[in-house]
Design a protein around this ligand. Structure first.
Ligand code: 13P
Length: 253
């Protein structure tokens, strides 16, 4: 059975001290009022080693926002998947639209990152999604298909089954403009059908597909109620415990 997940992506926010305070406050809130879904916080690299020991592992998992496409060596400034794993982190966001758009991450580079993450026991949260012009031209299915094909179709079904997907329409990220529940369900169902065709129905049924893009406490319940939306990847609202917990609580009756 696939899992319901609410994952926070802190992006490039919070100093180390602020990040520790945020993780501590979230941990307190969720230990006293336990979530009904898996909760993950993805933090900047430098926070990982400090945040993993202060959260209750049974309630909050920790992830990175990226990792290198090389295993080790002379790659100044890069952080490898094995380094991420050595902090106690269990997840890594890969293919975020900001990495694709601002740092030139191609499907081929992302393929390497996925393989290294899996080889080091990390679960990739692999992001896909179209820009506004592509949505307006009705090309969103084609775009997500190509993103999946370019980085993930080469995996075995066993390896693919270890991946979490996040559909994040770029036009909804940080814009306050959310996909409607119908738009989200439609493309999530399409993504699941692509997985079923490539890796089989059982793998598709067990893949968690998260929605991301201006997800808030006020719209999370409606989005997550869709049969093919298994939770969210949360940016801005993950920086406030009240907002993040409000989204997590969307999985409560
Ligand atoms: P916002 O929730 O701020 O729109 O960001 C979504 C996102 O990019 C998460 O990865």
């Amino acid at each position: 059975m696939r899992k319901n997940i609410v994952a926070g992506n802190w992006k490039m926010n919070k100093t180390l001290q602020e990040g520790i305070a945020l993780a501590t406050e979230l941990n307190e809130a969720l230990t006293s009022d336990k979530p009904n879904c898996e909760v993950i916080i993805c933090t900047p690299f430098i926070h990982l080693a400090s945040v993993t020991p202060i959260v209750d592992k049974g309630i909050i998992a920790v992830g990175a926002e990226n990792c290198a496409d090389k295993a080790s060596g002379a790659y100044t400034g890069e952080v490898s998947a094995s380094m991420v794993a050595s902090t106690g982190a269990q997840y890594v966001i890969l293919g975020h639209s900001e990495r694709r758009a601002y740092y030139g991450e191609t499907p081929e580079i992302l393929k390497e990152k996925v393989l290294l993450a899996l080889a080091n026991g990390l679960t990739p949260i692999f992001c896909i999604g179209e820009v506004l012009e592509e949505r307006e031209a009705g090309k969103q299915n084609e775009v997500v298909y190509n993103q999946l094909e370019g980085s993930l179709f080469g995996l075995s079904a066993e390896d693919f089954s270890k991946i979490v997907l996040a559909y994040e329409p770029v036009w909804a990220i940080g814009t306050g403009k959310t996909a409607t529940a119908e738009q989200a369900q439609e493309i999530h169902a399409y993504i699941r059908s692509v997985i079923a065709k490539q890796f089989g129905k059982e793998v598709a049924d067990n893949t968690s597909i998260l929605y991301g893009g201006s997800c808030k406490p006020s719209n999370a319940k409606e989005l997550f109620a869709n049969p093919d939306v298994d939770g969210g990847l949360i940016g801005g609202a993950a920086l406030s415990v009240a907002d993040f917990k409000g989204i997590i609580d969307a999985f409560k009756a």
